[in-house]
Design a protein around this ligand. Structure first.
Ligand code: UD1
Ligand code: CA
Length: 452
């Protein structure tokens, strides 16, 4: 097996992003642009070299991958010069695969084709046919054989009419590449060392240039500004949505669904519009997510209903549970089977037992709640004393009347009932009614004041 070295060009500044971050650190879905390219490269290459320049420290720190050979290109003297920087650590009898750090959607199968071609012919380039080829290097062919690449600024009027363009991505025998790179000069319109000049050199050397022409414009599209970034984000999301639907997930509108991470699901799950999935999310069978929900790093069981406008993070939701509308489930929460967390309820770092219901307007924090508990409207666990957080324990079968405050630390015994409007500061015994409430009185003969 020939070794494959990935060389990712990432030295450009990306001025048109108008950002303090280098271009390759802009985010697409859940990863940086460079991160996407790295993921693809690392699947195929025994070693990946990243040529960096502008914002180098930031790039290295953000990517934070010790397996990468980071190569600095101090001055950006052209793509040929960029590749030259990586060559000292690449052995001759290998294939060098040149990738761009700002071309994130490149596909595995295309790169495989390119590598296979390079193994046969020594030089293989990836091209694409564009309706508007302006700005790109044109592929010059004679009798269908690639002869050279001519840059826009160096091209003649006839050459400018060619619509087959260089994507910049190529696979080349490393020994040959080194030889050709040594022969580059900057006698061209931009005074740069053009990587593309190696094509004509290889032809002069008697080589036949192999080419792979992709019919997928997006996989070779570079990102220069935020308009293009948004376009590729849409493409990425659309592709992902198509895959999910093919695997059986029902998306009410694939154009209004975003997954920035990974989603796995069982059968007959349905996701309505404007749902955003982040991190790692799992759905069982027959689970539905209503419009406008954001769900992050959460395991959701089967037959669960997530109702509109709910926000869930780092949680586990049991089978048959119902969440929302307008529920907020914060990290480290575990909602039991068939439990209900209803309207305007916030749950933080709490366990809610099987079949328990917190239906309206409550805050449940740092709480362990047993099974079959009923929490009335407006109940608050007062977990914070201004300095420390305290635990609330609510045992099985408890009924807490509406508008009650449970001042933690406090334990409510099994099957206890708490009268509405109570402020509970002491532990409550099992199976009895406890309440703290001033008695209701009625003043006889009281008259309403009358306006004078
Ligand atoms: C290059 C190709 C052109 C091709 C186009 C595709 C050359 C001479 N031209 O054009 O044929 O159609 O890509 O987009 O190769 N980079 C460095 N260091 C440098 C210069 C560039 O790392 O000194 C990196 C950039 O960050 C970028 C990539 O190389 O990721 C391409 O650079 P860019 O300036 O966009 O390419 P062009 O010269 O426009
Ligand atoms: Ca360019």
């Amino acid at each position: 097996m020939t070794q494959i070295h990935g060389i990712i060009l990432a030295a450009g500044k990306g001025t048109r992003m108008n950002s303090s971050k280098p271009k390759v650190l802009q985010i697409l879905s859940d990863k940086t642009l460079l991160g996407h390219v790295l993921t693809q490269a690392q699947k195929l290459c025994s070693k990946v070299h990243v040529v960096y320049g502008f914002g180098g420290d930031q790039v290295r720190q953000t990517i934070n991958d010790d397996s990468i050979n980071w190569v600095e290109q101090v001055q950006q003297l052209g793509t040929g010069h960029a590749v030259q920087q990586a060559m000292p650590s690449i052995n001759d009898d290998s294939i060098s695969l040149v990738l761009y750090g700002d071309v994130p959607l490149i596909e595995q199968s295309t790169l495989n084709d390119l590598i296979t071609q390079a193994q046969h012919s020594g030089v293989a380039l990836l091209s694409v046919v564009l309706d508007n080829p302006t700005g790109y290097g044109r592929i010059i062919r004679q009798n269908n054989q690639v002869q050279a690449i001519v840059e826009q600024k160096d091209a003649s009027d006839t050459q400018l009419e060619i619509c087959e363009v260089n994507t910049g991505i190529m696979a080349v025998d490393s020994g040959l590449l080194k030889t050709y790179l040594n022969g580059l000069d900057s006698n061209n319109a931009q005074g740069e060392l053009y990587l593309t000049d190696i094509i004509a050199m290889a032809v002069d050397d008697g080589k036949t240039i192999a080419s792979v022409i992709t019919d997928n414009e997006f996989e070779v599209a570079g990102v220069n500004d935020k308009v293009q970034l948004a376009e590729l984000e849409r493409t990425f999301q659309q592709n992902q949505a198509t895959q999910f639907m093919q695997q059986g997930l029902m998306l009410k509108d694939p154009a209004r669904f975003d997954c920035r991470g990974s989603l796995s699901f069982g059968q007959d799950c349905e996701i309505d519009v404007n749902v955003v999935i982040e991190g790692e999310v799992t759905l069982g069978d027959n689970t539905t997510i209503a419009p406008n929900c954001v769900i992050k790093n959460t395991v959701i069981g089967s037959n669960v209903s997530i109702l509109p406008n709910s926000v869930i993070e780092d949680a586990v939701i049991g089978n048959g549970a119902s969440i929302g509308p307008f529920a907020r489930i914060r990290p480290e929460s575990n909602i039991g089977e068939n439990a209900k967390v209803g309207n305007f309820v916030e749950v933080k770092k709490s366990t809610i037992g099987k079949g328990s219901k917190v239906s309206h307007l409550s805050y449940v924090g740092d709480t362990t709640m047993g099974d079959d508990v009923n929490i009335g409207a407006g109940v608050i666990t007062c977990n914070y004393d201004g300095a420390n957080k305290h635990q609330t324990t609510i045992e099985d079968g408890v009924f807490v009347g509406s508008d009650t405050q449970l001042i933690a630390p406090v334990t409510i015994g099994k099957n206890a009932t708490i009268g509405a409007g109570s402020t509970i500061t002491k532990d409550v015994p099992d199976a009895q009614l406890s309440l703290s409430r001033s008695r209701q009185t009625t003043l006889k003969n009281w008259q309403r004041p009358v306006k004078q």
